[in-house]
Design a protein around this ligand. Structure first.
Ligand SMILES: NC(=O)c1ccc[n+]([C@@H]2O[C@H](COP(=O)([O-])OP(=O)(O)OC[C@H]3O[C@@H](n4cnc5c(N)ncnc54)[C@H](OP(=O)(O)O)[C@@H]3O)[C@@H](O)[C@H]2O)c1
Length: 353
Protein backbone atom coordinates (compact mmCIF):
# COMPACT_ATOMS: atom_id res chain seq x y z
CA UNK A 1 0.00 0.00 0.00
CA UNK A 2 1.27 3.40 -1.04
CA UNK A 3 0.99 6.67 0.86
CA UNK A 4 1.27 9.84 -1.23
CA UNK A 5 2.31 12.97 0.61
CA UNK A 6 0.52 15.97 -0.86
CA UNK A 7 0.95 19.75 -0.58
CA UNK A 8 -2.15 21.87 -1.13
CA UNK A 9 -1.64 25.27 -2.78
CA UNK A 10 -4.80 27.30 -2.16
CA UNK A 11 -7.25 26.20 0.50
CA UNK A 12 -10.57 27.41 -0.89
CA UNK A 13 -13.59 25.42 -2.04
CA UNK A 14 -11.85 22.72 -4.05
CA UNK A 15 -8.81 21.87 -1.90
CA UNK A 16 -10.90 22.08 1.25
CA UNK A 17 -13.30 19.55 -0.33
CA UNK A 18 -10.31 17.32 -1.12
CA UNK A 19 -9.24 17.54 2.54
CA UNK A 20 -12.80 16.59 3.56
CA UNK A 21 -12.64 13.55 1.30
CA UNK A 22 -9.27 12.59 2.74
CA UNK A 23 -10.72 12.86 6.26
CA UNK A 24 -13.56 10.48 5.43
CA UNK A 25 -12.40 8.22 2.61
CA UNK A 26 -8.75 7.34 3.12
CA UNK A 27 -9.57 3.82 4.36
CA UNK A 28 -11.86 3.22 1.39
CA UNK A 29 -9.18 4.44 -1.03
CA UNK A 30 -6.61 2.25 0.70
CA UNK A 31 -8.83 -0.78 0.10
CA UNK A 32 -10.12 0.05 -3.39
CA UNK A 33 -7.37 2.13 -4.96
CA UNK A 34 -4.24 0.90 -3.17
CA UNK A 35 -3.13 4.22 -1.72
CA UNK A 36 -3.92 6.80 0.92
CA UNK A 37 -3.24 10.54 0.93
CA UNK A 38 -1.33 12.41 3.63
CA UNK A 39 -1.41 16.24 3.69
CA UNK A 40 2.11 17.42 4.56
CA UNK A 41 1.72 21.11 3.68
CA UNK A 42 -0.87 23.77 2.88
CA UNK A 43 -0.39 27.32 1.62
CA UNK A 44 -3.22 29.80 1.23
CA UNK A 45 -3.27 33.54 0.68
CA UNK A 46 -5.69 34.13 3.55
CA UNK A 47 -4.67 31.44 6.05
CA UNK A 48 -0.87 31.40 5.63
CA UNK A 49 1.23 28.28 5.21
CA UNK A 50 2.23 25.22 7.19
CA UNK A 51 4.64 22.35 6.61
CA UNK A 52 4.31 19.21 8.72
CA UNK A 53 6.53 16.34 7.49
CA UNK A 54 4.56 13.74 9.47
CA UNK A 55 1.24 14.99 8.13
CA UNK A 56 -1.60 17.26 9.20
CA UNK A 57 -4.90 15.91 10.43
CA UNK A 58 -7.31 16.52 7.53
CA UNK A 59 -10.38 16.69 9.78
CA UNK A 60 -8.80 19.34 11.99
CA UNK A 61 -7.73 21.35 8.94
CA UNK A 62 -11.28 21.37 7.63
CA UNK A 63 -13.08 21.97 10.92
CA UNK A 64 -10.75 24.34 12.78
CA UNK A 65 -12.23 27.52 11.26
CA UNK A 66 -8.86 29.32 11.17
CA UNK A 67 -8.81 33.11 11.15
CA UNK A 68 -6.70 35.17 8.72
CA UNK A 69 -3.08 34.04 9.07
CA UNK A 70 -4.32 31.19 11.30
CA UNK A 71 -1.77 28.65 10.06
CA UNK A 72 0.83 30.83 11.84
CA UNK A 73 -0.36 29.31 15.13
CA UNK A 74 0.42 25.74 14.01
CA UNK A 75 3.73 23.96 14.52
CA UNK A 76 5.70 24.51 11.28
CA UNK A 77 3.29 27.31 10.34
CA UNK A 78 3.56 30.88 9.13
CA UNK A 79 0.91 33.60 8.85
CA UNK A 80 2.12 34.28 5.28
CA UNK A 81 1.43 32.16 2.20
CA UNK A 82 4.99 31.14 1.38
CA UNK A 83 4.18 29.08 -1.71
CA UNK A 84 7.76 28.83 -2.95
CA UNK A 85 9.05 27.38 0.33
CA UNK A 86 6.13 24.99 0.62
CA UNK A 87 6.47 23.74 -2.96
CA UNK A 88 10.26 23.50 -2.93
CA UNK A 89 10.89 22.14 0.55
CA UNK A 90 7.82 20.23 1.81
CA UNK A 91 8.36 16.46 1.59
CA UNK A 92 5.49 16.12 -0.90
CA UNK A 93 5.15 13.63 -3.75
CA UNK A 94 2.30 15.60 -5.31
CA UNK A 95 1.51 19.34 -5.38
CA UNK A 96 -2.21 20.10 -5.68
CA UNK A 97 -2.63 23.51 -7.34
CA UNK A 98 -6.10 25.05 -6.74
CA UNK A 99 -5.57 28.79 -6.54
CA UNK A 100 -7.46 31.30 -8.69
CA UNK A 101 -7.51 31.18 -12.49
CA UNK A 102 -5.67 34.06 -14.12
CA UNK A 103 -6.83 34.13 -17.77
CA UNK A 104 -4.11 36.55 -18.91
CA UNK A 105 -0.84 34.75 -18.11
CA UNK A 106 -1.89 31.98 -15.73
CA UNK A 107 0.27 33.36 -12.90
CA UNK A 108 1.08 32.70 -10.14
CA UNK A 109 -0.27 29.20 -10.77
CA UNK A 110 2.10 28.59 -13.70
CA UNK A 111 5.05 29.31 -11.39
CA UNK A 112 3.61 27.00 -8.72
CA UNK A 113 3.46 24.17 -11.28
CA UNK A 114 6.92 25.03 -12.64
CA UNK A 115 8.56 24.96 -9.19
CA UNK A 116 6.89 21.67 -8.30
CA UNK A 117 7.83 19.90 -11.53
CA UNK A 118 11.40 21.22 -11.42
CA UNK A 119 11.78 19.69 -7.95
CA UNK A 120 10.52 16.35 -9.30
CA UNK A 121 7.05 16.53 -7.72
CA UNK A 122 3.91 15.57 -9.61
CA UNK A 123 1.32 18.30 -10.16
CA UNK A 124 -2.45 17.90 -10.22
CA UNK A 125 -4.53 21.00 -10.86
CA UNK A 126 -8.07 22.22 -11.53
CA UNK A 127 -6.77 25.62 -12.59
CA UNK A 128 -7.43 26.45 -16.26
CA UNK A 129 -4.69 29.10 -16.40
CA UNK A 130 -1.57 26.88 -16.45
CA UNK A 131 -3.26 24.32 -18.73
CA UNK A 132 -4.61 26.77 -21.32
CA UNK A 133 -1.55 29.05 -21.32
CA UNK A 134 1.51 26.98 -20.46
CA UNK A 135 0.71 23.30 -20.99
CA UNK A 136 3.48 22.66 -23.50
CA UNK A 137 6.19 24.06 -21.23
CA UNK A 138 4.80 22.27 -18.16
CA UNK A 139 4.45 18.93 -19.95
CA UNK A 140 8.06 19.19 -21.14
CA UNK A 141 9.20 20.03 -17.60
CA UNK A 142 7.24 17.07 -16.26
CA UNK A 143 8.84 14.73 -18.78
CA UNK A 144 12.34 16.02 -18.07
CA UNK A 145 11.83 15.46 -14.35
CA UNK A 146 10.01 12.11 -14.62
CA UNK A 147 6.95 13.67 -13.05
CA UNK A 148 3.27 13.90 -14.02
CA UNK A 149 1.27 17.02 -14.87
CA UNK A 150 -2.46 16.15 -14.67
CA UNK A 151 -5.43 18.51 -15.06
CA UNK A 152 -8.69 16.61 -15.63
CA UNK A 153 -10.69 19.14 -13.55
CA UNK A 154 -9.73 22.10 -15.71
CA UNK A 155 -12.66 21.29 -18.04
CA UNK A 156 -16.05 20.01 -16.84
CA UNK A 157 -14.92 19.55 -13.24
CA UNK A 158 -14.87 15.84 -12.28
CA UNK A 159 -16.83 14.72 -15.34
CA UNK A 160 -14.23 12.77 -17.31
CA UNK A 161 -13.50 14.28 -20.69
CA UNK A 162 -9.80 14.81 -21.27
CA UNK A 163 -8.46 11.48 -20.01
CA UNK A 164 -11.47 9.56 -21.27
CA UNK A 165 -11.13 10.99 -24.77
CA UNK A 166 -7.41 10.26 -24.85
CA UNK A 167 -7.74 6.73 -23.45
CA UNK A 168 -10.97 5.56 -25.02
CA UNK A 169 -11.03 7.30 -28.39
CA UNK A 170 -7.52 6.46 -29.53
CA UNK A 171 -7.71 5.62 -33.23
CA UNK A 172 -11.27 6.94 -33.58
CA UNK A 173 -9.90 10.06 -35.37
CA UNK A 174 -11.20 13.05 -33.46
CA UNK A 175 -12.48 15.68 -35.90
CA UNK A 176 -13.83 18.26 -33.49
CA UNK A 177 -16.09 18.91 -30.54
CA UNK A 178 -18.87 21.21 -29.43
CA UNK A 179 -19.94 21.69 -25.86
CA UNK A 180 -21.85 23.52 -23.19
CA UNK A 181 -18.87 24.28 -20.99
CA UNK A 182 -20.15 26.99 -18.66
CA UNK A 183 -22.97 26.15 -16.25
CA UNK A 184 -23.66 29.75 -15.26
CA UNK A 185 -24.46 30.94 -18.79
CA UNK A 186 -26.51 27.80 -19.40
CA UNK A 187 -28.49 28.48 -16.23
CA UNK A 188 -29.06 32.10 -17.29
CA UNK A 189 -30.34 31.06 -20.74
CA UNK A 190 -32.68 28.54 -19.08
CA UNK A 191 -34.11 31.18 -16.75
CA UNK A 192 -34.62 33.52 -19.71
CA UNK A 193 -36.67 30.73 -21.33
CA UNK A 194 -38.83 30.84 -18.19
CA UNK A 195 -39.52 34.52 -18.78
CA UNK A 196 -36.76 36.46 -17.00
CA UNK A 197 -34.77 39.14 -18.79
CA UNK A 198 -30.96 38.79 -18.98
CA UNK A 199 -30.19 41.06 -15.98
CA UNK A 200 -32.75 39.35 -13.70
CA UNK A 201 -31.51 35.89 -14.73
CA UNK A 202 -27.90 36.89 -13.93
CA UNK A 203 -29.01 38.36 -10.58
CA UNK A 204 -30.74 35.06 -9.75
CA UNK A 205 -27.62 33.08 -10.71
CA UNK A 206 -25.61 35.34 -8.38
CA UNK A 207 -28.11 34.91 -5.54
CA UNK A 208 -27.89 31.11 -5.92
CA UNK A 209 -24.08 31.19 -5.92
CA UNK A 210 -23.75 30.05 -9.56
CA UNK A 211 -22.37 33.38 -10.78
CA UNK A 212 -19.54 35.52 -9.40
CA UNK A 213 -20.13 39.10 -8.23
CA UNK A 214 -18.54 40.02 -11.58
CA UNK A 215 -20.19 37.59 -14.03
CA UNK A 216 -18.25 38.82 -17.09
CA UNK A 217 -16.01 35.76 -17.55
CA UNK A 218 -19.05 33.47 -17.53
CA UNK A 219 -21.56 35.41 -19.62
CA UNK A 220 -19.12 36.89 -22.14
CA UNK A 221 -17.66 33.48 -22.95
CA UNK A 222 -14.09 34.06 -21.66
CA UNK A 223 -14.26 31.03 -19.32
CA UNK A 224 -15.48 28.84 -22.20
CA UNK A 225 -12.72 30.20 -24.44
CA UNK A 226 -10.02 28.86 -22.06
CA UNK A 227 -11.77 25.48 -22.03
CA UNK A 228 -11.96 25.42 -25.84
CA UNK A 229 -8.21 26.08 -25.94
CA UNK A 230 -7.56 23.22 -23.49
CA UNK A 231 -9.79 20.70 -25.30
CA UNK A 232 -8.55 21.70 -28.78
CA UNK A 233 -4.92 21.38 -27.70
CA UNK A 234 -5.47 18.13 -25.81
CA UNK A 235 -7.89 16.32 -28.11
CA UNK A 236 -7.08 17.72 -31.54
CA UNK A 237 -3.34 18.23 -31.09
CA UNK A 238 -3.72 21.97 -31.75
CA UNK A 239 -1.54 24.74 -30.39
CA UNK A 240 -4.22 27.39 -29.89
CA UNK A 241 -3.88 30.47 -27.72
CA UNK A 242 -7.03 32.15 -26.33
CA UNK A 243 -6.71 35.22 -28.56
CA UNK A 244 -6.96 32.94 -31.63
CA UNK A 245 -10.41 31.71 -30.53
CA UNK A 246 -13.29 33.96 -31.59
CA UNK A 247 -15.48 34.73 -28.61
CA UNK A 248 -19.02 36.01 -28.25
CA UNK A 249 -21.05 35.61 -25.06
CA UNK A 250 -24.76 35.63 -24.28
CA UNK A 251 -25.23 39.23 -23.10
CA UNK A 252 -26.60 40.18 -26.52
CA UNK A 253 -29.39 37.57 -26.39
CA UNK A 254 -32.78 39.15 -25.73
CA UNK A 255 -36.10 37.71 -24.58
CA UNK A 256 -37.27 38.28 -28.14
CA UNK A 257 -34.45 35.97 -29.43
CA UNK A 258 -35.40 33.35 -26.85
CA UNK A 259 -39.09 33.46 -27.84
CA UNK A 260 -38.27 33.37 -31.57
CA UNK A 261 -36.12 30.27 -30.99
CA UNK A 262 -38.94 28.55 -29.07
CA UNK A 263 -41.34 29.25 -31.93
CA UNK A 264 -38.84 27.59 -34.28
CA UNK A 265 -38.55 24.49 -32.01
CA UNK A 266 -35.03 25.40 -30.97
CA UNK A 267 -33.11 26.82 -28.00
CA UNK A 268 -30.17 29.16 -27.56
CA UNK A 269 -27.04 27.62 -26.05
CA UNK A 270 -23.57 29.06 -25.53
CA UNK A 271 -21.38 26.66 -27.51
CA UNK A 272 -17.63 26.27 -27.29
CA UNK A 273 -16.31 24.32 -30.24
CA UNK A 274 -13.30 23.46 -32.33
CA UNK A 275 -12.92 21.70 -35.65
CA UNK A 276 -10.00 20.26 -37.56
CA UNK A 277 -9.90 21.86 -41.01
CA UNK A 278 -9.00 20.06 -44.25
CA UNK A 279 -5.48 21.53 -44.14
CA UNK A 280 -4.92 20.14 -40.62
CA UNK A 281 -5.28 23.47 -38.81
CA UNK A 282 -7.76 23.75 -35.95
CA UNK A 283 -10.30 26.57 -35.56
CA UNK A 284 -11.93 27.26 -32.19
CA UNK A 285 -14.88 29.47 -31.38
CA UNK A 286 -17.30 30.48 -28.64
CA UNK A 287 -20.73 31.77 -29.64
CA UNK A 288 -24.42 31.50 -28.84
CA UNK A 289 -26.10 29.07 -31.23
CA UNK A 290 -29.72 28.26 -31.86
CA UNK A 291 -29.94 24.47 -31.64
CA UNK A 292 -32.89 22.38 -32.86
CA UNK A 293 -34.55 20.54 -29.96
CA UNK A 294 -33.33 17.16 -31.25
CA UNK A 295 -29.66 18.26 -31.02
CA UNK A 296 -27.86 16.28 -28.26
CA UNK A 297 -26.87 19.51 -26.46
CA UNK A 298 -30.31 21.15 -26.64
CA UNK A 299 -31.65 19.20 -23.64
CA UNK A 300 -28.70 20.00 -21.34
CA UNK A 301 -30.24 22.19 -18.65
CA UNK A 302 -29.23 24.31 -15.68
CA UNK A 303 -25.65 24.22 -14.45
CA UNK A 304 -24.91 20.90 -16.18
CA UNK A 305 -22.14 20.72 -18.80
CA UNK A 306 -21.85 18.48 -21.86
CA UNK A 307 -19.52 17.97 -24.76
CA UNK A 308 -20.16 16.14 -28.04
CA UNK A 309 -16.99 14.63 -29.47
CA UNK A 310 -17.10 14.25 -33.21
CA UNK A 311 -15.07 11.30 -34.48
CA UNK A 312 -14.51 9.73 -37.89
CA UNK A 313 -15.05 6.10 -36.87
CA UNK A 314 -17.60 6.43 -34.07
CA UNK A 315 -19.60 9.46 -35.12
CA UNK A 316 -20.68 11.81 -32.35
CA UNK A 317 -20.44 10.80 -28.67
CA UNK A 318 -21.81 13.10 -25.97
CA UNK A 319 -20.61 13.19 -22.36
CA UNK A 320 -22.82 14.99 -19.83
CA UNK A 321 -22.21 15.74 -16.15
CA UNK A 322 -21.41 18.32 -13.50
CA UNK A 323 -19.26 21.18 -14.75
CA UNK A 324 -18.59 22.67 -11.32
CA UNK A 325 -18.96 22.03 -7.59
CA UNK A 326 -16.33 21.75 -4.90
CA UNK A 327 -16.65 18.00 -4.24
CA UNK A 328 -17.11 17.20 -7.93
CA UNK A 329 -13.94 19.16 -8.72
CA UNK A 330 -12.04 17.59 -5.82
CA UNK A 331 -12.97 14.27 -7.40
CA UNK A 332 -11.14 15.40 -10.55
CA UNK A 333 -8.01 15.79 -8.40
CA UNK A 334 -8.50 12.30 -7.01
CA UNK A 335 -8.89 10.94 -10.56
CA UNK A 336 -5.59 12.63 -11.48
CA UNK A 337 -3.89 11.01 -8.49
CA UNK A 338 -5.36 7.62 -9.45
CA UNK A 339 -3.86 8.10 -12.94
CA UNK A 340 -0.46 8.90 -11.42
CA UNK A 341 -0.68 5.91 -9.08
CA UNK A 342 -1.56 3.56 -11.94
CA UNK A 343 1.23 4.89 -14.13
CA UNK A 344 3.73 4.55 -11.27
CA UNK A 345 2.52 1.02 -10.45
CA UNK A 346 2.81 0.08 -14.14
CA UNK A 347 6.34 1.43 -14.30
CA UNK A 348 7.34 -0.47 -11.15
CA UNK A 349 5.88 -3.68 -12.58
CA UNK A 350 7.84 -3.15 -15.82
CA UNK A 351 11.05 -2.50 -13.89
CA UNK A 352 10.51 -5.65 -11.80
CA UNK A 353 9.84 -7.83 -14.89
N1 LIG B 1 -15.12 25.41 -7.71
C1 LIG B 1 -15.37 24.81 -8.88
O1 LIG B 1 -16.46 24.32 -9.13
C2 LIG B 1 -14.27 24.69 -9.90
C3 LIG B 1 -14.49 23.88 -11.03
C4 LIG B 1 -13.45 23.72 -11.98
C5 LIG B 1 -12.26 24.41 -11.78
N2 LIG B 1 -12.12 25.22 -10.69
C6 LIG B 1 -10.84 25.93 -10.53
O2 LIG B 1 -10.16 25.41 -9.40
C7 LIG B 1 -9.42 26.46 -8.76
C8 LIG B 1 -9.85 26.55 -7.31
O3 LIG B 1 -11.24 26.80 -7.25
P1 LIG B 1 -11.97 27.12 -5.87
O4 LIG B 1 -13.43 27.03 -6.16
O5 LIG B 1 -11.39 26.30 -4.78
O6 LIG B 1 -11.56 28.64 -5.68
P2 LIG B 1 -11.57 29.47 -4.30
O7 LIG B 1 -12.64 28.95 -3.40
O8 LIG B 1 -11.54 30.90 -4.69
O9 LIG B 1 -10.19 29.05 -3.64
C9 LIG B 1 -8.94 29.50 -4.09
C10 LIG B 1 -8.08 29.66 -2.86
O10 LIG B 1 -6.78 29.94 -3.27
C11 LIG B 1 -6.29 31.03 -2.51
N3 LIG B 1 -5.28 31.73 -3.29
C12 LIG B 1 -5.43 32.62 -4.29
N4 LIG B 1 -4.23 33.00 -4.76
C13 LIG B 1 -3.31 32.33 -4.03
C14 LIG B 1 -1.90 32.32 -4.00
N5 LIG B 1 -1.19 33.05 -4.86
N6 LIG B 1 -1.29 31.52 -3.12
C15 LIG B 1 -1.98 30.78 -2.23
N7 LIG B 1 -3.32 30.77 -2.19
C16 LIG B 1 -3.97 31.52 -3.09
C17 LIG B 1 -7.51 31.90 -2.26
O11 LIG B 1 -7.28 32.77 -1.18
P3 LIG B 1 -8.13 34.15 -1.13
O12 LIG B 1 -9.54 33.75 -1.03
O13 LIG B 1 -7.60 34.84 0.08
O14 LIG B 1 -7.82 34.87 -2.41
C18 LIG B 1 -8.57 30.82 -1.96
O15 LIG B 1 -8.52 30.40 -0.62
C19 LIG B 1 -9.70 27.74 -9.55
O16 LIG B 1 -8.64 27.96 -10.46
C20 LIG B 1 -10.99 27.41 -10.28
O17 LIG B 1 -11.12 28.13 -11.49
C21 LIG B 1 -13.07 25.36 -9.74
Amino acid sequence: METYNIALIGFGGVNRALAELIATKNSLWERDLGFRLNIVAVSDLYLGSVISPNGLDAKTLVEANFAKGGFGGLSGGSAEADNATVINTAPADIVVEATFTNPKDGEPAVSHCRWALKSGKHVVTTNKGPVALAAQELKALAKANRAHFEYEGSVMSGTPVIRMAKNCFAGAEMKGFEGILNGTSNFVLGRMESGLDFASAVAEAQALGYAEADPTADVEGFDVRLKVVILANELLGANLQPEKVSCQGISGISRFDIEAAATANSRWKLIGSAVRNADGTVTGSVSPRQLPLEHPLAGVNGATNAVSLNTELLGSVTVTGPGAGRTETAYALLSDIVAIHRAQSGNLAKEAA
